[in-house]
Design a protein. Structure first.
Lengths: 541, 358
């Protein structure tokens, strides 16, 4: 790390450094694009994890979290926007990390920061006529300003780009999304295969896809904004409502971040329980993925075979957590309740039937000749593209990118567990499907190791009634069911977060759909979208 | 074998004994029409129930079990619901064609229904080009589907209709050729003639290898003709919501729904006719006692039973396989089924010419 700091300091004398959990580089906007290029090309920081838009009241800006996939070191860069609050500007890094195109749109949507040279400066979640930028600290949330629309929402087929010429003059330019005579099919927001209210405006030529414009925000709830007005324990309850299959993981992530910041040590028992729940939830989620995916492909029967296992897991969860969907199980200091007395017995029953079921899934679907024809070599994503587009989780690992946070940045007790990180290199829909089945086996392996040695102790350690974090910033990643979930907390020393940024794995997954479906058939859009397994509440937050 | 033409003749004689000839014909037509409609509706209801139960069994479920004993009244309730639902009229559609389309579909399947050999002497239309007529009327259905997709003025329905057009026109070739193979073997196009030719042994057994090949191809193409899984692309739910009939509601949707199930019966019925002897009981040459016993089972039971058994296979396909993609579907037809079929026709001709069959 010191090595990197030296190199950056040598090349960019204007950069200043701050030590927090991850090295932070301060750089003026004028040099930011050069630094980004240098980070990517010379220091191999090839994955942009997230862009956290920030409003520090007197100035706007962004914090970039960047990861090096070769040795999994992380670095963060803080850039202050130029210009006044009317028209703050930053330079885009979309040409360095492809996923920045989406992330920058999100920052623009919430903070109004214009990214110079980004080819698509539309709002990402809010409607195009929305007044104000909601995550700014001086945002006026008077409902009279943004009434519930009674008419259809306005929609544009053009977008805008702010292009900078050699002299540094920025001009607004129109960019066409669809040509006037494109045949645009509107897939979603109400569509059986979008897995939620997501919309793909798809330009097709016959059955062949020319371009997809991904449109989201239909169930945007502003969780990040709401959290700024809540105390830390209250923020936890929103974690179940993003990726509702990874509720345990997201709770886990936010809990670790808060515990790290507050300096709370939790008991071994609580850690084991959390990991057990995470892995059970992972099996349940992958089961549901497989079932709904097969249903998307027309093999309806498979759904019931996979739901059988999922039901069993949900029954286990229900006994301990009291819920089947939004568990609200993790809490600061441990978990909400102790394990149910039947837990060990039920989990062992599950482990006994799981291998048989997995074998059945492989025989029924993966080996089927039609399934092979539909999945193999469809939606190929290379390792480089997966990294550039930030496709993490099972989808990234199917492209040969070992991106499992449980291995790359071990948290909780994952470092001492014996399990394999499944990585395939094909990068097609078939690999993504098979990988999830293989991951179910690995999760079962983890559960097997832990189920007989759940240590005694407190399930929740004593924590102060009022949790106050010291001023500072923390970033924590966990492995959700669909990819890397990140939590960024910036605290000003009060009981509620100054800024809580949640980094969803599904936004890049949905964003990459356009890139890998081009030239495929409409039916392949369903295959590819399904195999990426994005989930919409996670994208929208 | 009990000849049902005795009953029909008796009715005919009874009617003509007190009616002029033209009135007799009219009354008979009405009677038959009502009878056909009734059988049509009842069969459709049965098929809905049957498919639900079969699919439930495959999926480790119970299927309908609340309405009536064993859920038997479930499909009646569903049909009743469909009848009383509102027919939603949409703006921006071609109203005439939109209303016409479901009727075309249902008429096509009803006309094919009339040609089927229901039992010994129980056949509505029987003439020397029966099979030919069947192929002709069943292809009207695709017109209805194309019109439905086009007139709805919706991109999803249009894509569904175009898929359907491509699919049905292609697979009609395979159906036609495998039917042709069997017609060549039977030496007649008349439905009664084909059934009569199978008195000793069903074609699937007597026709040697080419008959088996023709049967397999017919079954695949027939599944595709009925737009059922794994060939249900025109209404691929996860891709096109409901394909060509997305915009339909009430009984107009019901017509598509009914026609789909009845086409399933018709396809299996034609397969029964061509390969499994129509209403002809299972006869094995030399086993006279066995043949006598088989004759005691009524011919209607033979026909319907065989048709339902074949539909079971087609339903099995649907609840087992994932859906094909449009290009794979057309590849299967044009690059595999069609050449095999042509070769099979030649093979069949050789079999007939050299008398290699049983």
């Amino acid at each position: 790390m010191a090595n990197i700091q030296e190199k950056i300091a040598k090349l960019f004398p204007e950069a200043t450094f701050e030590e927090s959990d991850i090295l932070l580089v301060n750089i003026p906007d004028a040099k930011w694009h050069d630094l980004a290029k240098c980070l990517k090309d010379e220091l191999q920081f090839d994955q942009l994890v997230t862009i956290v838009g920030m409003d520090w009241k007197e100035q706007l800006g962004a914090v970039y979290y960047i990861n090096c996939t070769a040795n999994n070191t992380q670095i963060s860069v803080k850039v202050i926007a130029t210009g006044d609050r009317e028209k703050p500007m930053l330079h885009s890094v979309y040409d360095v990390w492809a996923v920045a195109t989406l992330f920058e749109r999100e920052v623009y949507d919430f903070f109004g920061i214009i990214f110079i040279n980004n080819p698509d400066m539309r709002r990402l979640f809010l409607s195009i006529d929305w007044k104000g930028y909601p995550l700014r600290k001086d945002y006026d949330d008077d409902p009279a300003l943004n009434p519930v629309p009674k008419e259809n929402e306005r929609q544009e087929d053009i977008t805008y780009s702010y292009v900078e010429d050699e002299k540094g003059k920025v001009t607004k330019k129109e960019v066409v999304v669809f040509e006037p005579n494109d045949f645009v099919v509107n897939i979603g927001p109400q569509h059986p295969a979008t897995h939620g209210v997501l919309r793909f405006r798809t330009a097709v030529d016959g059955e062949t896809i020319k371009k997809i414009d991904f449109y989201s925000g239909y169930i945007h709830r502003g969780i990040e904004k709401i959290c700024e007005g809540l105390t830390y324990p209250q923020t936890l309850h929103f974690m179940d409502r993003m990726d509702y299959f990874s509720g345990h993981h997201y709770h886990h992530g936010l809990c670790i971040a808060i515990e790290k910041a507050a300096g709370i040590e939790i008991s071994r028992r609580a850690q084991v329980i959390r990991v057990l729940m995470d892995e059970l939830a992972r099996i349940a989620s992958h089961c549901l993925f497989l079932g709904t995916y097969c249903m998307d492909l027309g093999a309806t029967t498979m759904l019931f075979y996979t739901l059988r296992v999922r039901e069993q897991i949900l029954d286990i969860m229900e006994k301990t957590c009291g819920a089947r969907m939004t568990f609200n199980y993790g809490c600061i200091g441990g978990v909400m309740q102790d394990l149910h007395e039947d837990f060990v017995k039920d989990v062992k029953e599950l482990l006994a039937v799981l291998p048989k079921n997995i074998k059945e899934y492989n025989e029924l679907f993966i080996g089927n000749v039609i399934a092979k024809g539909r999945l193999e070599n469809i939606g190929n994503l290379s390792r480089e593209d997966a990294i550039a587009h930030g496709v993490t989780g099972p989808s990234g690992r199917a492209s040969g990118w070992a991106c499992d946070v449980r291995k790359t940045h071990p948290y909780s007790i994952y470092g001492e567990l014996d399990f394999e990180e499944v990585v395939y290199t094909e990068g097609d829909s078939m690999a993504r499907t098979k990988l999830r089945i293989a991951e179910m086996e690995q999760s079962a392996k983890i559960i097997e190791q832990l189920i007989d040695n759940i240590p005694d102790g407190e399930y929740c350690v004593k924590v102060p009634k009022v949790i106050k974090l010291p001023a500072g910033r923390w970033f924590q990643m966990v492995e959700g069911c669909r990819g890397t979930f990140g939590v960024y907390i910036e605290s000003d020393g009060t009981t509620s977060p100054f800024r809580l940024k949640l980094v969803p794995p599904c936004l890049p997954l949905a964003g990459v759909v356009d890139y890998i479906t081009q030239g495929h058939k409409i039916a392949d859009l369903i295959t590819i979208g399904g195999s990426l397994d994005y989930i919409v509440p996670d994208i929208d937050r | 074998m009990y000849d049902l033409s005795l009953i029909t003749d008796w009715i005919h004689n009874l009617l003509s004994s007190f009616m002029p000839g033209w009135l007799t014909t009219t009354v008979e037509c009405v009677l038959i029409g009502v009878g056909l409609l009734l059988v049509y509706a009842l069969l459709a209801l049965f098929y809905i129930y049957f498919e639900r139960k079969v699919c439930a069994a495959f999926q480790c479920r119970l299927g309908p079990n609340r309405v009536g004993p064993w859920g038997l009244l479930q499909s009646f309730a569903d049909m009743f619901k469909m009848l009383i639902k509102e027919l939603i009229t949409l703006k921006h559609i071609d109203r005439f064609l939109f209303a016409l389309a479901p009727y075309l579909v249902i008429i096509a399947s009803m006309l094919s229904f009339a040609v089927l050999p229901w039992g010994n002497g129980l056949q509505v239309l029987d003439f020397n080009i029966g099979i030919f007529f069947l192929l002709a009327v069943s292809s009207i259905g695709v017109l209805g589907i194309l019109l439905a997709g086009w007139s709805s003025n919706n991109k999803f329905t249009l894509i569904g209709a175009l898929r359907s057009g491509a699919q049905m026109v292609s697979y009609e070739l395979s159906i036609g050729l495998s039917v042709l193979t069997m017609v060549a073997y039977a030496g007649t196009m008349s439905v009664t003639g084909i059934v009569a030719a199978q008195e000793d042994l069903w074609f699937i057994f007597s026709g040697h290898v080419p008959a088996i090949i023709a049967f397999v191809i017919y079954l695949i193409a027939g599944t595709a003709e009925t737009n059922r899984g794994p060939f249900d692309l025109p209404e691929a739910e996860s891709e096109l919501t409901a394909g060509y009939h997305t915009e339909y509601s009430g009984i107009h949707f019901g017509f598509f729904y009914l026609a789909e199930y009845l086409n399933l019966f018709i396809v299996s019925g034609v397969a029964t006719l061509l390969f499994f002897g129509g209403w002809m009981p299972l006869h094995i040459p030399g086993w006279d006692g066995f043949n006598e016993v088989m004759n005691y089972i009524p011919s209607v039971v033979w026909f319907v039973g065989k048709a339902i058994a074949l539909s079971f296979i087609i339903i099995w396909f649907k609840w087992t396989f994932p859906r094909l993609r449009i290009d794979q579907l057309l590849t299967l037809e044009w690059k595999y089924l069609l050449p095999i079929n042509l070769f099979n026709l030649v093979l069949m001709v050789l079999v007939i010419v050299f008398g290699w069959h049983f």
